[in-house]
Design a protein around this ligand. Structure first.
Ligand code: ADP
Ligand code: MG
Length: 230
C-alpha cells in the first residue's frame, strides 16, 4: 500500500533570473513497509524532497499525498505532521529547558495524551534506542551522539506512519549509526514508510530502493540486493 505519493512535484525558490529550481518534476511512491534511500550530490534537492513529503514545505507544482490525503487540502498541517510524520533533522534542535524524556513526550502531549501515558511511550522508545538512562538529563548534559538518539526517539514516539531522516547518521560513529539504522529498519518492517537521505552506501544498503537525485530530478532508481547489510 502506498503511503506517500509525490506526483510530478516541482519546487522553485524565488523568481525570474534568480529562481532556483530545487526540484523539477519528481514522482515517487513510498509504501508502508518500504525504506527508500535518497542519495545525490549536495544541492541536488534531497532535503527539499523530504520537506515536501512531510508537509514542511509546499510544492510550486505537482501534488503530495499522505495516504488518501492531498496535503494541499489539509487545513491543520501541523497536527497531521505531529501525528503521522517523524522527522529527524540534521541539527538536533532539542528544547534546552526540557529533559530528554520531556523532549520525547512533547509531541504526544501536544496531541492531547496525558503526561503519564506520554511518559510511558517516551520511556519505551528511549529504551528501544538504548537511551532510557538519559531520560532525566538536559540536552547540554548529553554528547552529540546521545542528543541524536533522543531526537530520533522524539521522531519515533507514537504511531508515526512516515519517518523522514535527513542524514541522521552524519555526525555519529559507526556503531551508533548502525543501531539507528536498525531502529529505522525495524519501524519500517512494522509498517512505517521511511525516506532516508544518506551519503553512505553502507546505510543505503539497508534500504529496499535507492533513488538518486541530480539537479532536482531523479537520475536513477535501483533495487538494493537484500542481505548485504542485514
Ligand atoms: P540537498 O539536500 O540535496 O543538498 P537542497 O534540497 O537543500 O539540496 O537544495 C536544493 C537546491 O535548492 C539548492 O540549490 C539550494 O541552494 C536550493 N534551496 C533550498 N532551499 C532554499 C531556499 N529556502 N531558498 C533558496 N534556495 C533554496
Ligand atoms: Mg540536504
Amino acid at each position: 500500500m502506498t503511503f506517500v505519493r509525490l506526483a510530478d512535484v516541482a519546487r522553485v525558490h524565488g523568481e525570474g533570473a534568480t529562481a532556483v529550481h530545487a526540484l523539477r518534476g519528481v514522482s515517487l511512491e513510498v509504501g508502508a513497509g518500504d525504506l527508500v534511500a535518497v542519495m545525490g550530490p549536495s544541492g541536488s534537492g534531497k532535503s527539499t524532497l523530504l520537506n515536501l513529503a512531510g508537509g514542511l514545505d509546499r510544492p510550486t507544482s505537482g501534488s503530495v499525498h499522505l495516504g488518501e490525503q492531498d496535503l494541499a487540502e489539509v487545513r491543520d498541517l501541523a497536527a497531521l505532521r505531529r501525528r503521522s510524520v517523524g522527522y529527524v533533522f540534521q541539527d538536533r534542535n532539542l528544547i534546552d529547558s526540557l529533559t530528554a524524556a520531556e523532549n520525547v513526550m512533547l509531541p504526544r502531549e501536544l496531541d492531547g495524551l496525558s503526561s503519564g501515558r506520554a511518559r510511558r511511550e517516551a520511556m519505551a522508545v528511549l529504551s528501544e534506542l538504548d537511551a532510557e538512562d538519559l531520560a532525566g538529563r538536559y540536552p547540554e548534559e548529553l554528547s552529540g551522539g546521545q542528543r541524536q538518539r533522543v531526537a530520533i526517539a522524539r521522531a519515533l514516539v507514537g504511531d508515526r506512519r512516515l519517518l523522514l531522516a535527513d542524514e541522521p547518521t552524519g555526525a555519529l560513529d559507526t556503531r551508533t549509526g548502525d543501531e539507528i539504522l536498525g531502529v529505522l529498519r525495524a519501524r519500517c518492517d512494522a509498517g512505517a514508510a521511511v525516506l532516508l537521505v544518506t551519503h553512505e552506501p553502507r546505510y543505503a544498503a539497508w534500504a529496499d530502493r535507492v533513488v538518486f537525485l541530480r539537479d532536482g530530478m531523479i537520475a536513477d532508481h535501483s533495487h538494493v540486493v537484500t542481505g548485504s547489510a542485514r
